[in-house]
Design a protein around this ligand. Sequence first.
Ligand code: F6P
Length: 323
Amino acid sequence: MQSLSQQLRTDKVTDSLASVIDTLSKACKDIAILLQNGAMSEILGSADEQNVQGETQKKLDVISNDILKQQLLDSADVRAIASEEEEYIVAGKTEGKYLVAFDPLDGSSNIDINSMVGTIFSIFAAPNKTDINESDFLLTGRQQAAAGYVLYGPSVMLVLTTGNGVQMYTLDQKNGEFVLTNDQVSIDRDTQEYAINMANQRHWAQPMQQYIGELQQGSDGVREKNFNMRWVAAMVADVHRILCRGGFFSYPWDNREPEKPGKLRLMYEANPMSLLVEQAGGKAFADQTAILDIQPSHIHQRVPVILGAANEVSLCVKYHTEV
Ligand code: F6P
């Protein structure tokens, strides 16, 4: 079976980009070990700090961020990082050719129940200049050089795109290497499965109420077929399911905090997941705009997210367009 480094050579990825991906994969293996040790690592429970989004951080959020930050900043190929857990970008080596944005531990409320979490990352070519600042990260998702995530589940999986389809790797626990286990990742255009936090239904905008309402009516309603619902409550795991067997996912705008455009972060969640989904033949929208076309205004920006099976996303977006 192909190892990650062999596959990156086959894909003709630059040495520098391959080295950044390798650094990310090594840091994630360290995080996986901590997670596998669970309570024995004494890392569960809340840390005293809140992150820049005002959410309580679990200890492992802090530790995962530190592991990724340290290993990436030690790399000669990393110019700067932006993390969901850091208020400001952090500069790396001046000769570094890449910028890395990451969510160190997505779905971290799942840690205490021994359920799936993951690290999501997005890589851009760095500008060729001596000083680096936040505005250098404000690139559209289409400009990503690579994107992916590591899922910490029953097995540890790396899911990656360098713009040439989507590849899934599984961590071989015997030799500590990620090996290619699926290079035919493809999302069917149709699906009968959707993922959304239904508890928020009454807060959604009318088009989303209508779209999901019709799925719920199943064969008794206008869709004339039954739909099933799945919700892991960690975007990384919900999107992984869609890449494995199709489906529709949304974390929509809701009216509880109207000034917040959505819950999920553009740079660390929506952009990398959207590139994976599009590379696998699906679609990803923020209401009426393709997520990958959004020009970010700041690194911690949030967006509504509608992604997955192309025909379902198109129908949902159509409802949003007709308002
Ligand atoms: O943004 C963090 C996150 O954990 C996502 O991974 C997930 O989709 C969402 O929040 C779940 O939030 P809630 O349980 O509030 O719907």
